[in-house]
Design a protein around this ligand. Structure first.
Ligand code: PMP
Length: 354
C-alpha cells in the first residue's frame, strides 16, 4: 500500500478472480467459461467494429439494448447494458444500498457481493445457507434489506423457484431484490417475467457463460424503468462508455444466433449429467447443480489435495479455502473430452491414494 492510499480502503480485501494462467496449457475448468468459441456471427461483427475504433462507442448502446429487449420481451428502457454483470452488481450496491437499506446475501455465494458492500461501506448481513446448502427462503421474508441472491447460486449451482422469489419480493416491497442469473441458461428458471409485476426486482445476466463472450465483458440488468434509470445515473457518473464498440457488435451477433447458444447450453447440460454420473461412481457427493459447473466433494480425498493433484496433471478446477466448503471443488463443465479427462485423472488420483 502506498502512503497515498485513501484510508477508506485501507482494510479492503479485493475479490480474487480464478487463475488465468498463460504460461501453460491447462484443461481450464476453474472459471465457468464456455468451452465453445463465440458464434461466428459475433466474431465477424466484432472484427468489423474494430475498423471504427477511432470513435467512442455508443453510450446509449441503442442497437444492442433494443435487441436484448426484443429477446426478453420487455421495453428498451427496462434494460441496462454493462461491462460484465459484475458492473451492474456494483451499480446496484451503489444505487440501492445505504445505511437505511443494508445489504443481505447468503454466507456461501458469489464472493463479489461482500467485496462490493465493503468497497462502498454498506452495512451487510450474511445469512447462512441451510445445512444442505439450499437458500432458506423463509430467512428473507420481510427482512427489509436490499437482497442479493444468485439463482442458480454459486458455487453450489442450486436454485430457488420463481414462486419463492415472488414471496421474497412481496414481503419486501420497499427494498430492491437483485436476482443474479449469471448461470440461468443451464437449467434454471428465469425471473425476468416477474420484472413486469414487481417494481423492486432487478435481474442481472451475463454473456460470459452461455454466450461464450467472457473476454468481451458484457452483461445486462433488467428491471422496472425507474430502477434502470437509477442504474443509468450511476453509469453516467462513472463511465458512460462502459461497453466498447467491439463488444456491442459481438453481443448483437450472438443474439442473431440463438440456435448456437441453445445447442451449446444443451451440450453443457448433457456433459454435466455425464460427469456427475461418472463422479458418483467414484463416490463423490454433489449438489443438484443447474449451472455450468459441478460442486463436488469426496468422502476420503481432501478438497485442497484434489485441487493440487489435478493441477499437477494439467487440469484446473476452483477450490475455495473457506469454512463449510473447503472439502469441495467447483468444476466447470466443459466438452465431453474435457470431462472424460477430468474423470480419468480423478480415478488415477484415487487409485494412487489407496
Ligand atoms: N455472478 C455470478 C454468480 C458469477 O459467478 C459471475 C462470474 N464470476 C458473475 C456474476 C460475473 O460475471 P461477468 O462479470 O463475467 O458477467
Amino acid at each position: 500500500m502506498s502512503r497515498f492510499f485513501s484510508e477508506k480502503f485501507a482494510s479492503l480485501t479485493p475479490y480474487t478472480p480464478g487463475e488465468q494462467p498463460r504460461e501453460r496449457k491447462f484443461i481450464k475448468l476453474n472459471t465457468n467459461e464456455s468451452p465453445f468459441q463465440p458464434s461466428a456471427k459475433a466474431i465477424a461483427a466484432a472484427a468489423e467494429a474494430a475498423e471504427n475504433l477511432q470513435l467512442y462507442s455508443d453510450p446509449t448502446c441503442k442497437r444492442l439494448t433494443e435487441k436484448v429487449a426484443e429477446r426478453y420481451e420487455i421495453s428498451p428502457d427496462e434494460v441496462i447494458l454493462v461491462n460484465g454483470s459484475d458492473e451492474v452488481l456494483n451499480f446496484a450496491f451503489m444505487a440501492f444500498c445505504d445505511k437505511r437499506h443494508p445489504a443481505v446475501f447468503p454466507d456461501i455465494t458469489y464472493g463479489f457481493y461482500e467485496v462490493f458492500a465493503e468497497l462502498h461501506n454498506i452495512p451487510y448481513e450474511k445469512i447462512p445457507l441451510r445445512e444442505d446448502f439450499s437458500v432458506g427462503v423463509e430467512d428473507y421474508i420481510g427482512i427489509h434489506k436490499t437482497i442479493f441472491i444468485a439463482n442458480p447460486n454459486a458455487p453450489t449451482g442450486m436454485t430457488i423457484s420463481p414462486a419463492d422469489v415472488e414471496r421474497i419480493l412481496q414481503s419486501n416491497p420497499d427494498n430492491v431484490v437483485v436476482i443474479d442469473e449469471a448461470y440461468v441458461d443451464f437449467g434454471g428458471e428465469s425471473c425476468v417475467p416477474l420484472t413486469r409485476k414487481y417494481d423492486n426486482l432487478l435481474v442481472t445476466q451475463t454473456f460470459s457463460k452461455s454466450r461464450s463472450l467472457a473476454g468481451a465483458r458484457l452483461g445486462f440488468g433488467i428491471g422496472s424503468k425507474a430502477l434502470i434509470a437509477d442504474l443509468h445515473t450511476i453509469r453516467y457518473s462513472t463511465n458512460p462508455y462502459n461497453v466498447n464498440s467491439m463488444t456491442l457488435a459481438a453481443g448483437y451477433g450472438v443474439l442473431c444466433d440463438e440456435a448456437y447458444t441453445q445447442k451449446n447450453c444443451q451440450t453443457v447440460c448433457e456433459n454435466r449429467a455425464f460427469a456427475m454420473a461418472e463422479l458418483k461412481k467414484l463416490d463423490f457427493e454433489m449438489t443438484d447443480s443447474k449451472a455450468n459447473f459441478i460442486f463436488a466433494k469426496h468422502p476420503v480425498l481432501d478438497g485442497g489435495e484434489l485441487y493440487a493433484k489435478l493441477k499437477e496433471r494439467g487440469i484446473l478446477v476452483r477450490h475455495f479455502e473457506k469454512p463449510r466448503i473447503r472439502e469441495y471443488n467447483r468444476i466447470t463443465v466443459g466438452t465431453r473430452e474435457q470431462m472424460q479427462a477430468l474423470v480419468d485423472a480423478v480415478r488415477q488420483i484415487l487409485e494412487e491414494n489407496r
